[in-house]
Write a protein of this length. Sequence first.
Length: 63
Amino acid sequence: MSRHLADHREASEGGRLKNYVEVERTHGEGRHPASKAVHERPATRDDAKKLREFLRIERGIES
């Protein structure tokens, strides 16, 4: 049994890759320097606050 005419795919011309390469070429690293700086800054965490929250959950306090 052969496939239906609509089930045959045409060969791709690599459109997705072409667009990706074009964005990389025109925008350098692909993102704004401000968003890069925010992404790369160190995360600050309050370990004491995290411990308090875990203890609150363990004790069964809901609010």
